[in-house]
Write a protein that binds this ligand. Structure first.
Ligand code: AMP
Length: 216
């Protein structure tokens, strides 16, 4: 039995947004709403850094500078939690993929395992609001003004192209993230419910037919 047939209705959702767009907050709320697991690549990296693991020591400088860490580290780190979540109802993935290359690599793995993403949510927030939110939150060394600006630049250059990637596959939900938290959540939930009704088994198609809409 494949992982997929064991969990044919697992919900697999991605959050895409610039730093400060509210990905973490919304991912957590959406995960609660649908009873699925929230997996945040940035949180996992920060945990590794705090614990001084091998991964943590390797990525610390890059994370503090707002640079992306190597794909192989991210893929290895996420593999287990993603598979476990998929077997347990599904996931909201927050912070991955960050580049088209990561999406393609994840798609190659995910197709085989039947854990392809069903829906990507884009939280759009204007840049001045992003900077304001990030400074207010000031989480750590990666939240100085210079690093914030750099992280937004990295997002524009490397992550924004992902929107076209998912749009072309008809998997993208667009949400105005510059509104109060509850309104944003509501808008996401309504659109997700509609999308799940339209294509409840989209993820299953990924394993059988890689050209279908369900990709990572
Ligand atoms: P986040 O909390 O998602 O904003 O991530 C914090 C930092 O972790 C980023 O600025 C990157 O340095 C690193 N990071 C998180 N996710 C990824 C990813 N998918 N690929 C590469 N680097 C990542």
């Amino acid at each position: 039995m494949t992982m997929q047939s064991a969990t044919p209705r697992a919900k697999r959702i991605l959050m895409i947004g610039a730093p400060g767009a509210g990905k973490g907050t919304q991912a957590q709320l959406i995960a609660q709403q649908f009873g699925i697991t929230h997996i945040a690549s940035g949180d996992l990296l920060r945990k590794n850094i705090a614990e001084g693991t091998t991964i943590g020591r390797t990525v610390e400088e890059l994370v503090n500078k707002g640079e992306l860490v190597p794909d192989s580290i991210i893929m290895d780190m996420l593999r287990k939690p993603v598979l476990a979540a998929n077997a347990d109802g599904g996931y909201v993935l927050d912070g991955f993929p960050r580049t088209v290359e990561q999406a393609e690599a994840a798609y190659r793995t995910a197709g085989d395992l039947g854990v392809g993403v069903q829906i990507a949510i884009h939280l759009e927030v204007p840049e001045d609001e992003l900077t304001r939110r990030m400074l207010a939150r000031a989480r750590g060394k990666d939240d100085t003004v210079e690093v914030i600006k750099h992280r937004i630049k990295v997002y524009e250059e490397k992550t924004r192209p992902l929107l076209d990637y998912y749009q072309q596959r008809e998997l993208l939900i667009q949400v105005n993230g510059a509104r109060p938290v509850g309104e944003v959540t509501w808008s996401i939930v309504v659109q997700l419910q509609r999308a799940f009704k339209q294509r409840p088994s989209a993820g299953r198609a990924a394993a059988a037919a890689p050209s279908d809409r369900a990709v990572a």
